[in-house]
Design a protein around this ligand. Structure first.
Ligand code: CP
Length: 300
């Protein structure tokens, strides 16, 4: 019997498999834009569990599953037994006999990994405090679409050394690009993760990270789970706002990405999303195509 595959961090896949998914994302986008129906997942059902808010991830998975011919059931933990204490492992065992794949967003990476250990169907990490691998698929797709291969490029991450930063650190090894990270002390990524991914380094200032970069990324200063720390974070991150003037230090054809939602006037200037170098909205649209490619990969 073929063993099931999960997508819990980017490291769940080899570099070759990740590139296969991205290549397929480009193809599925072309099919979709040409109005060609492609329904390989007819008869398949996905369950989507979101313990945290979501706009892009949810809509992209739901629309994607529909376009591929499958069906998706959204399980809101506040109105399912997950929110009333039914153990994750019991839920995983039950859903494995009913649906074909489970997509789960939780603050806890351990919850997602524990779900995957019990489930006999594939499990996708739709974001935890540790990783956001689905977002990276869309980002790489967007970079390739608008430029070329990201291998050998210089990438800057400015801001919180949290889930997006951690996934970019893994991505730097898997796609072989240089990642320069600028984050305030106390908000830097774990040294262990950096040691395991030597293409990523922490630099002193946002300007040091951005100078000469081909791609610049940031994320909100207070992600879900940081609500109690908002004012301390605003103070610590104030010197880390990405502005048009900072982007001027990057390569002439730099792209700026943000996984969204963005807080204008905090991690980015009020107008950065309107700058022609910003591709945050096309990036969000590619969540659809890259997640369709991921579903197809895991279910075909
Ligand atoms: N970027 C991202 O994951 O967006 P949502 O939180 O809206 O899903």
């Amino acid at each position: 019997m073929k063993s099931k595959r999960d997508f819990l961090t980017l490291r769940s896949f080899s570099a070759q498999e990740l590139n296969q998914v991205i290549k397929r994302a480009h193809e599925l986008k072309r099919l979709q834009l040409a109005g060609v129906e492609h329904r390989p997942l007819q008869g398949k059902t996905a369950a989507l569990i979101l313990e945290l808010a979501s706009t892009r991830t949810r809509v992209a998975f739901e629309a994607g599953m529909f376009q591929l011919g499958g069906h998706m059931i959204y399980l809101d933990p506040t109105v399912s037994h997950l929110g009333r204490g039914e153990p994750v492992s019991d839920t995983a065992a039950v859903l494995s006999g009913i649906v074909d794949i489970v997509i789960i967003r939780s603050l806890s990476q351990e919850t997602v990994e524990s779900f995957a250990r019990t489930a006999t169907v594939p499990v996708i990490n739709a974001m935890t405090r540790y990783q956001h691998p689905c977002q990276i698929l869309a980002d790489i797709q967007t970079f390739e679409e608008l430029r070329e291969s990201i291998a050998g490029k210089r990438v800057a991450f400015v801001g919180d050394g949290y889930n997006m930063c951690n996934s970019y650190i893994e991505a730097s090894s898997l796609w072989d690009f240089e990642l320069r990270i600028s984050a305030p002390e106390g908000y830097r990524p774990a040294a262990e993760l950096l040691r395991a991914n030597p293409r990523s380094t922490v630099v002193a200032t946002p300007a040091d990270a951005i100078t000469g970069a081909d791609l610049v990324i940031t994320d909100v200063w207070s992600s879900m789970g940081h609500d109690a720390e908002k004012s301390a974070r605003k103070k610590a991150f104030a010197p880390y706002q990405v502005t048009e003037a900072l982007l001027d230090k990057a390569a002439a054809d730099v792209l700026f990405m943000h996984c969204l939602p963005a807080h204008r006037g905090e991690e980015i200037s009020e107008t950065l999303l309107d700058d022609p170098r910003s591709v945050a909205f096309p990036e969000s649209h590619n969540r659809l195509h890259s997640q369709k490619a991921l579903l197809e990969f895991l279910l075909s």
